[in-house]
Design a protein. Structure first.
Length: 314
């Protein structure tokens, strides 16, 4: 019985089985575009077009009051760089970022280390640490405004019980920003805690078992195993927290409204006041794009810093 061998295929000459089918090739080529078209339309309508429109408005005297639009060129930008309120608001934003970012990273790490355990205690710690994060800003600020109130507030009650004088936290220039930072840490630390907890649970238990066999104690495990393995998570949390702190608005607007004497007014609130209170959309657009450039620069520097550390470690 003769055995038929398959036809020999020389390199460079595709076989019949390898030839593409020639049914309706345009459907195959454009199928991927049809799938992403809904996202592209939404992206263009709600992100790309508003971004370009805002940049275009920064060169005009666009107003919500119905004033006829007039081309101003770089006049809004020149006014912005000479406006002292812009720089004082930007300074308040940087002060809040510098005061809030370190505790939001360090406290989240400590909370994750405490909650990284099994059993009922671990579940209770996780629930209590993350619960404030799901509250809306209005509820959080209402709670803390009551806590800070002189006369019947919890904080001043503890101060008077200890023999100290009461402090009007939200109406004192050198105390109002600290009060907002404490509120923000209590409210938002749960998100960073969740990221750290997920990273801790991703560390293999065999690493700690091997270290215990070698005689490592708890402190050595923390500083030589846990913290180095959490370095990428720490970098991510710092970048996310810096961007989130730079965009502070809700807590300050609801608790102090930028006061007292504009001591806590952030740059976003000043943009809001110019655009929706003074009806100067063009000027507010110029300020917002300057602030957008600052956020981009900070993010790029952070990514370069942590990527450089990672390459150096490797």
């Amino acid at each position: 019985m003769a055995v038929q061998t398959p036809p020999r295929v020389t390199p460079g000459s595709p076989s019949k089985a390898a030839k593409p089918e020639t049914g309706q090739p345009w459907k195959e080529r454009w199928a991927g575009l049809f799938f992403v078209a809904p996202f592209l339309l939404l992206f263009a309508a709600f992100l790309l077009w508003p971004t370009l429109s805002g940049l275009w408005n920064s060169f005009f005297n666009t107003s919500l009051a119905g004033v006829q639009q007039e081309f101003l060129g770089l006049q809004n930008w020149r006014e912005m760089f000479g406006d002292p309120a812009v720089w004082s608001s930007l300074k308040n934003t940087f002060v809040f970022t510098a005061m809030s970012t370190p505790p939001l990273v360090i406290i989240a790490l400590v909370m994750a280390l405490l909650a990284n355990r099994s059993g009922l205690l671990g579940w209770l710690l996780r629930f209590s640490y993350f619960a404030p994060f799901v509250l809306p800003a209005t509820v959080v600020t209402l709670i803390w405004v009551w806590i800070y109130q002189p006369g019947f507030g919890l904080v001043n009650g503890l101060l008077t019980a200890g023999g100290f004088a009461e402090i009007d936290w939200l109406n004192t220039e050198n105390r109002a920003m600290l009060a907002v930072v404490i509120t923000t840490v209590w409210w938002t630390v749960g998100f960073n805690f969740l990221l750290y907890l997920a990273a801790l649970q991703g560390i293999p238990a065999q690493v700690y078992e091997a270290a215990a066999i070698d005689g490592a104690n708890g402190r050595q495990k923390l500083f030589r195993i846990t913290l180095p393995l959490l370095s990428r998570t720490t970098g991510l949390i710092i970048v996310l927290q810096l961007v989130a702190s730079l965009k502070i608005f809700d807590q300050i607007y609801l608790m102090t409204n930028g006061g007292p004497n504009f001591a806590t007014r952030p740059i976003i609130q000043y943009i809001y006041q110019n655009g929706f209170t003074n009806y100067r959309i063009g000027y507010a657009s110029a300020i917002s794009y300057m602030f957008f450039a600052i956020i981009v620069i900070v993010s790029v520097l952070q990514f370069k810093l942590f990527s450089g550390r990672k390459e150096g470690a490797e």
